[in-house]
Design a protein around this ligand. Structure first.
Ligand SMILES: [Zn+2]
Length: 495
């Protein structure tokens, strides 16, 4: 029996149950969902279920697998009906067998809740009065792409128009941090039609995040923020290409991440990260929007790559150390504070992408959410802050020789073109569909039959990151400062 399946035929719970029999188990729990004769005060005559089957089966299998892992049960399965169903018919069946009953109940409950929330399954109710209607119709429209994402209300603005919308569609934005500030930033940028968004966040969703990060649900606790956010955003806007980078932004990966994007939005609550991001965008000459909140106050600062534009270090030559200003965990915060400041950050980001006049404030915008007072503090470029000087970064200035990525898509999202230097026979062992980019076997590079591309930000990959590292070192020696090796190679992607 498959962990999750659809059945066009009536379900036989006795048959389903047989597959879960296990001599090591002392408990079995099952849930049956039946078609009832009323809903929302209307008399229901019959139902139709329709599903986006391929997607639903994949996601359904993930739900059952995570129920087994989270609750430590032995076996679990779920079958959902599709097609026409009469009153009293079995619509969905869940069964779980476990060593003890508590886990069986909990896993069973988890599966049915997740199936209800996550799977693209739609229900049409036929009523006694002859009427009928889809329940959860907007999800139906979404998955079937009946409606294209409609930007007419923003295109109507003279500052946006069709050309501005096209600019947004062609733009790629790096959002660092998917927390209290990052959530509204991500939602508004994705909704506005920004074409590519990469989300960098190494944390998982915690229950204490939910009051101020309403993109996440209680069922997401423990999952990667970047991954959950990317899922939600692509569900909201199907035109968005979104990459989830499940690492913390640091000196080792920031240059590579920043390079692949048109704009950076810094949304962490970590001062050290803010200064590292400042240094990376100043080096790369990329615009950025910074923000932070403290209790009821927010601060915003835009950086534009113009000769006399002040950066974070122009305002604070002595970078404050971590812990000097409390973060949300320590100081406490009400959700609308980062919500408002994040929305303002998204607004500045859109202004920069669209080139809307006037340009952002050169300096700080301070907003007080108790008095609603907003102050703009203009600042000048500090002549002592040399935006090109080496060594101004907290750590390594140069793009590191070795970089780490959770997936090849993340590497591409970071602006790298891949070069796979493994031999042909090694590629045959790859999982189907793995795209490692340009294939230049090292043996052919060494004997001169092939040559390495003369330019571009190249990420060299091999099986374990050994051959790629020595080739990258060799190329660096020839002046190719933007060539890197993927640490751990293809093998690092598998675990
Ligand atoms: Zn500066």
């Amino acid at each position: 029996m498959r962990p999750f399946s659809f059945s066009p035929e009536p379900l036989e719970p006795g048959r389903c149950r047989e597959a879960l029999a296990d001599p090591a188990c002392g408990g079995y729990a099952s849930f049956e969902g039946w078609v009832r004769d009323h809903n929302d005060g209307r008399r229901v005559r019959r139902l139709e279920y329709e599903a986006f089957e391929a997607l639903a089966i994949k996601e359904g299998e993930r739900i059952v697998a995570s129920a087994i892992e989270r609750h430590g049960v032995r076996r679990a399965a779920c079958v959902h009906r599709i097609g026409d169903l009469g009153i009293g018919e079995l619509a969905v069946w869940v069964g779980v067998s476990a060593e003890h009953r508590d886990e069986a109940f909990a896993a069973c409950r988890y599966i049915i809740d997740e199936v209800k929330h996550r799977l693209p399954i739609w229900k049409k109710e036929h009523y006694q009065d002859g009427d009928s209607g889809w329940v959860n119709c907007e999800r139906c429209a979404d998955a079937h792409q009946v409606f294209a994402h409609d930007y007419s209300r923003q295109v109507a603005l003279p500052e946006v128009g069709e050309s501005g919308q096209a600019k947004l569609g062609a733009a790629s934005v790096l959002v660092i941090g998917a927390g209290g500030l990052g959530v509204p930033v991500l939602q508004y940028l994705a909704a506005a039609g920004v074409g590519r968004i990469a989300i960098v966040d190494g944390d998982v969703v915690e229950s204490s995040n939910l009051h101020r990060q309403p993109l996440y649900e209680v069922g997401d606790v423990g999952r990667s923020k970047a991954v959950v956010a990317a899922e939600r955003l692509t569900r909201m806007n199907r035109e968005l290409r979104c990459a989830a980078i499940t690492q913390r932004a640091d000196a080792g990966n920031l240059d590579a991440l920043v390079a692949g994007h048109d704009l950076v939005v810094e949304c962490t609550d970590n001062l050290r990260t803010k200064f590292l991001v400042n240094d990376a965008v100043v080096r790369a000459g990329k615009p950025a929007v910074f923000a932070s909140v403290h209790q009821y106050e927010g601060q915003l600062q835009a950086w534009l790559p113009e000769p006399d534009w002040p950066c974070l270090r122009c305002l604070w030559p002595e970078a404050p150390r971590d812990g000097m200003v409390g973060n949300c965990a320590e100081a406490g915060v009400l959700g609308p504070v980062p919500g408002t400041v994040g929305a303002m950050q998204a607004m500045i980001a859109l202004r920069i992408l669209l080139g809307i006049e006037p340009a952002p404030v050169r300096g700080l915008v301070v907003v007080d959410l108790l008095t609603h007072a907003t102050r703009s503090i203009t600042a000048a470029r500090d002549p002592a802050c040399d935006h090109r000087a080496p060594g101004r970064a907290l750590e390594t200035q140069q793009t590191p020789l070795e970089v780490e990525f959770a997936s090849l898509d993340d590497a591409r999202a970071a602006g790298f073109e891949l070069v796979d230097v493994r031999e042909a026979w090694e590629l045959a062992l790859d999982p189907p569909g793995l795209d490692t980019g340009l294939h230049l076997p090292l043996s052919e590079l060494l004997d001169g039959r092939r040559s390495f591309p003369a330019e571009g930000r190249r990420l060299i990959v091999c099986a374990h990151g050994v051959r790629s590292l020595s080739l990258a070192e060799h190329l660096r020696g020839l002046g190719r400062a933007e060539v890197c090796s993927m640490r751990g190679g293809i093998a690092a992607l598998r675990d």
